[in-house]
Write a new protein. Structure first.
Length: 157
C-alpha cells in the first residue's frame, strides 16, 4: 500500500508539473499582450488602420467609436497638452497614447514604466502606423507628456 501511494503521488506530481508547464507559457503570452482601449471617430480610416497595426503587434484592442466632440473631451480628460492632439486616443496600462504611435514604442513604454502620463505622435505624419499610403515617409517624433503638460522627445522615427 505504501508503494502504491508513492507511485500515485509521483504520477500526480508529474501531471501537475506538465500541466503547469503547458499553462505557464500561455499565461506569460497573455501578460505580454497589452490590452488597449481606443477612442476614435467611426469615419476615420487611418484610425482603423492604427487599430489593425496594434492588433498585428499582439495587442488586445477594444474600440469605442465616438464623435469628434467626445474625442476632444476624452483628450481633455486624459490631460493631453494642446498641440499633441491627433485623430484618436488610447489607454493602455494606465498611460495615454495619442495618435499614430508605433506599437514597439508603446511596448517600450510599458516595459520601462516611465513617470509620464503618456506618449503622442501629434498630427498624422505620413509613414507612421496607419498612415502608410504611398511612398512618402515623414520624419517624426514620439513625444512624452506629463500630467502637468511638460513634453519631451521619447523617440524619433
Amino acid at each position: 500500500m505504501k508503494k502504491w501511494n508513492v507511485v500515485m503521488r509521483g504520477l500526480l506530481l508529474g501531471v501537475f508539473a506538465t500541466g503547469v508547464a503547458a499553462v505557464l507559457p500561455a499565461a506569460l503570452r497573455a501578460q505580454a499582450a497589452p490590452a488597449i482601449t481606443v477612442y476614435k471617430s467611426p469615419t476615420c480610416g487611418c484610425c482603423g488602420k492604427w487599430v489593425e497595426h496594434a492588433q498585428r503587434a499582439g495587442a488586445k484592442v477594444r474600440v469605442h467609436d465616438i464623435s469628434w466632440e467626445q474625442l476632444d473631451a476624452k483628450l481633455a480628460e486624459r490631460r493631453v497638452p494642446k498641440g499633441l492632439e491627433s485623430c484618436h486616443v488610447s489607454v493602455v496600462g494606465g498611460y495615454t497614447v495619442v495618435g499614430h504611435v508605433p506599437m514597439d514604442v508603446v511596448q517600450r513604454m510599458l516595459k520601462e514604466r516611465p513617470r509620464i502620463a503618456g506618449i503622442a505622435v501629434p498630427g498624422m505624419p505620413m509613414g507612421s502606423p496607419g498612415m502608410e499610403q504611398g511612398m512618402k515617409k515623414d520624419r517624426y517624433e514620439v513625444l512624452s507628456f506629463t500630467a502637468d503638460g511638460q513634453t519631451r522627445v521619447y523617440d524619433r522615427r
